[in-house]
Design a protein around this ligand. Structure first.
Ligand SMILES: Cc1cc2nc3c(=O)[nH]c(=O)nc-3n(C[C@H](O)[C@H](O)[C@H](O)COP(=O)(O)OP(=O)(O)OC[C@H]3O[C@@H](n4cnc5c(N)ncnc54)[C@H](O)[C@@H]3O)c2cc1C
Length: 454
């Protein structure tokens, strides 16, 4: 039987396990680190990501955490000639209401931790200080946030949006990256630093002097002093092998990408989110058929907002990505989740409310298309779990919900700081299971109107 002795064994080679391995090796090059996965690296949830990032969150801890992660990504982009394809088109939140006071309050609260993060108001038909989105280098984009509350100014800069949009918020430290390239870069660096990749499914963990892990279908054991649980949707299965449980659940979320053969979506359009709830625009006949069916009636009822649309593949690209995280059903994760066959039509109809020209594709979605999906692994408060777990010398880095790509660098670094017992940022305890002992923080979180789920 092959035996792999190491100091730190990380279970899961998604973006979070890889990032943790990368930062442990950076902080402590002397440690022997093993990264274990039954699949190819970056092939489960991390392959399904929309790859968007933002530093806007309703709570200042999440703002500080993701803002730091963006700085870490920027330093990788700088040293690699932007191998991660980082852009800075921003996020636009669009709504048909004039009253965005709740959103404005959240902006002020969430951004209170950042210096130089101006919130600029534009409430007239022209504005010299509004800088439109551009696909130029991320370094030249403005910081802060632009709030536009004049319809004429919205029409000038975003002529393709539905003409009933009254207000929009343009988050500037935001955009998209190639998550796969980011993962590949950190994995290569980890291997070059002597890190070991082991293929196998962890099926049992025993504790004697050290932890001993056995792999399914392989004659090998990994012996480690410390274990990091970065198993994505399966973090509770690994926690179970260690005799503990984590307060998480999984919901299946989906996206589509297709070739925009009619060039409908502008190539420098920001990642745009329609915030408003809606009733999907079925024909009368379709509506009647759907409402007569117990399984599909929900599609004729009010649907939540937060439909996403963005161009994919840069300035020269032709593809578009659409997503809509409307599913709240909590399920047991499966290796190959069953996607909803009607999702492409549902999301296209939903997205065409803000982008009316997308209706062109309603009965004729281009054949070059992909429908994909994976799990949002979440806590109730939609904060991650990074830090020590119950049995000593075990750690978790998970519950990354819909923000695991953007927060991967900061999450991996934070977990590495716990593992190597080096200094940690002020929010470290709040992102670990220790937060559940902090009644003041927990009641503050449960009182929040938004959990930042997009
Ligand atoms: C549809 C969708 C869109 C998203 N869009 C965005 C976005 O725009 N921006 C953003 O920041 N985030 C986004 N996310 C979230 C992001 O993709 C995830 O948070 C992130 O990929 C989670 O990474 P992970 O490493 O924790 O999990 P995973 O990538 O799932 O990796 C876990 C790994 O653990 C391995 N594993 C599990 N059990 C075992 C075992 N017993 N033995 C060995 N290996 C095991 C698995 O094989 C897997 O490779 C999106 C997610 C989805 C589903």
């Amino acid at each position: 039987m092959a035996n792999h002795p190491c100091d730190v064994a990380i279970v899961g080679a998604g973006i979070i396990g890889i990032s943790t391995a990368y930062y442990v090796t950076k902080l402590r090059p002397d440690l022997r680190v093993a990264l274990i996965d039954s699949l190819q690296p970056m092939s489960m949830t991390s392959a399904q990501s929309g790859e968007n990032y933002r530093n806007w969150w309703p709570h200042p801890f999440m703002t500080a955490f993701t803002d730091h992660s963006i700085s870490l990504m920027e330093s990788i982009a700088t040293t690699t000639g932007n191998v991660i394809n980082m852009n800075r088109n921003g996020y636009v939140l669009a709504t048909r209401t004039n009253d965005i006071s709740q959103l404005q309050d959240e902006l002020v609260r969430g951004y209170q931790v950042l210096e130089n993060n101006d919130i600029r108001q534009h409430d007239s038909p022209t504005s010299a200080s509004y800088s439109p989105p551009s696909s130029d280098h991320w370094n030249s984009a403005p910081q802060g946030v632009d709030v536009i509350t004049h319809s004429a100014l919205i029409r000038t800069h975003f002529p393709t949006y539905d003409s009933t949009v009254k207000s929009l918020v343009h988050i500037r430290r935001a955009g998209d990256i190639s998550g796969q390239q980011l993962g590949q870069f950190m994995l290569d660096q980890f291997k070059q630093a002597g890190g070991k990749r082991i293929t196998g499914k962890v099926q049992s963990i025993e504790k004697a002097n050290r932890y001993a892990m056995t792999m399914q279908g392989s004659n090998s054991t990994v012996n480690a002093d410390k274990i990091v649980n970065a198993a994505g949707p399966f973090i509770n299965e690994i926690a179970g092998l260690l005799g503990t449980q984590l307060p998480i659940f999984n919901t299946l979320q989906q996206k589509i990408a297709f070739e925009d053969t009619q060039s409908i979506v502008a190539r420098d359009m920001p990642f745009t989110i329609d915030l408003d709830a809606q009733w999907i625009n079925w024909s009368d006949e379709e509506r009647e058929l759907l409402s007569a069916d117990d399984h599909f009636r929900w599609l004729t009822e009010e649907m939540p907002g937060a439909i996403h649309c963005r161009p994919d593949g840069g300035k020269q690209g032709k593809w578009v990505k659409l997503g809509w995280a409307f599913n709240h059903a909590q399920v047991s994760p499966e290796m190959n989740p069953q996607l909803l066959p009607s999702f492409p039509e549902i999301v296209l109809r939903g997205a065409s409310r803000l982008h009316p020209q997308l209706q062109t594709y309603l009965n004729d979605l281009p054949s070059n298309r992909v429908h994909y999906g994976g799990y949002y692994t979440m806590t109730d408060e939609n904060w991650p779990l990074i830090g020590p777990m119950e049995p000593e010398n075990t750690f978790v880095a998970g519950a990354m919900s819909g923000f695991g790509t953007m927060a991967a660098c900061a999450a991996g670094e934070l977990c590495a700081q716990w593992v190597t017992e080096t200094s940690r940022p002020y929010y470290a305890d709040a992102f670990s299971t220790r937060r559940y002992r902090d009644r003041i923080l927990m009641s503050e979180l449960s009182a929040q109107r938004s959990r930042g789920i997009l």
